[in-house]
Design a protein around this ligand. Structure first.
Ligand SMILES: NC(=O)c1ccc[n+]([C@@H]2O[C@H](COP(=O)([O-])OP(=O)(O)OC[C@H]3O[C@@H](n4cnc5c(N)ncnc54)[C@H](OP(=O)(O)O)[C@@H]3O)[C@@H](O)[C@H]2O)c1
Length: 313
């Protein structure tokens, strides 16, 4: 059963606002894609609340500049940087093997949206699935020991999207070999897979004290929209600043209301409504989560498939 929490926050709250009073000192966090867009604000606020944050990024030079800038704005708290290319399995393995000690917060935030043409990674996986889902699934499975070592209360946050309402995971053809490629559908499938991973983790790793949630950040003008001409299609009153866009991620990471239990899909800082069909209009889409994305059987099926695709046993 999808447990509903009462959230005092709305779409207008910022990452700082929702984490007021949170003390993350002694906590260690990884934020993938933390060197751009809402990732930067996520890193900044987690660091400002006392966490030791590592940015996982494929461009180290860029990330080092961002880390330095954040460190200088958060009382010199050192933000670390580590290389991670999601579509390169060797890079994921390296990141996980190099990680030592416990990990309290894993924020799986990196992503690409609506790549115009069908593209594949080195293993032949469709690129949006590879970047948004497979890289994160591989990383998270490899970091399980570090998450468990954090003791009760480690959290994995999947930064998904309302785009998940545009496709379930098509289990018979995840890599889009038997159907026409559509950029939005491929994004939707990958974003559904991210929510299902949170469901699977919350179910399977509860005995290790590990919790997982998924979030929809909302519509924020970042580089993500480079393939679709920005957030122009989103009505102005639904657009968010980066500070607001990072809020649902930060809430999911720090709220005591979300410290245990089943995976939640949060949007605008509150649990979304579960729907059986895609609603009309951006407002309803923004506050909805598809039943298929929270389906425990779907989560099991994806877990098994992912282990096979990634070579985990
Ligand atoms: N902005 C929105 O309106 C919106 C709406 C719904 C969901 N989201 C989700 O929010 C998350 C953050 O997006 P954003 O808006 O902040 O976009 P962004 O500024 O483009 O950030 C995406 C990050 O992912 C990284 N990334 C992409 N491909 C990668 C790869 N193969 N390996 C490693 N890193 C990779 C990017 O690194 P590079 O700089 O090296 O490319 C970048 O740091 C994404 O998961 C996105 O789907 C955003």
């Amino acid at each position: 059963m999808h447990r509903i929490i009462d959230s005092p926050f709305t779409a207008h709250h910022t990452a700082e606002g929702v984490s007021q009073g949170a003390d993350l000192s002694g906590k260690r966090a990884v934020v993938t894609g933390g060197a751009s867009g809402i990732g930067v604000e996520t890193v900044r606020v987690l660091a400002a609340r006392g966490a030791e944050v590592t940015i996982a990024a494929r461009d180290l030079e860029d990330a080092a500049r961002v880390a330095e800038e954040i460190s200088s704005r958060t009382d010199g708290r050192a933000v670390q940087v580590k290389q991670l290319e999601h579509t390169d399995r060797a890079s994921v393995v390296r990141f996980a093997e190099d990680w030592t000690g416990p990990l309290d917060l894993l924020i799986n935030n990196a992503g690409v949206m609506r790549i115009p043409e069908l593209t594949r990674d080195g293993q032949g996986h469709e690129m949006q699935l590879s970047t948004n889902y497979l890289g994160h699934a591989d990383l998270t499975l490899r970091l399980r020991g570090a998450l468990a070592a954090a003791g009760d209360g480690a959290r994995v946050i999947m930064v998904s999207s309302s785009g998940h309402l545009f496709s379930p995971v098509v289990f018979e053809d995840v890599d889009i070999r038997f159907r026409p490629y559509d950029p939005l559908t491929a994004y939707g499938q990958a974003k559904t897979a991210e929510v299902l991973l949170a469901v699977g983790i919350a179910h399977r790793w509860a005995d290790d004290g590990i919790v997982a949630h998924a979030v929809n950040p909302g519509a924020i003008a970042t580089r993500l929209q480079r393939h679709v001409g920005g957030t122009l299609a989103t009505p102005a009153h639904l657009q968010k600043t980066v500070e607001q866009g990072a809020s649902t991620t930060v809430l999911a990471a720090v709220s005591p209301l979300l410290a245990a239990g089943e995976a939640q899909y949060l949007s605008d800082n509150a649990p979304a409504h579960v729907v059986e069909a895609r609603p009309d209009g951006p407002e309803e889409i923004g506050r909805s989560v598809a039943r298929y994305a929270l389906d425990p059987d779907g989560a099991d099926r994806l877990w098994t498939l992912s282990q096979a695709l990634l070579g985990h046993h």
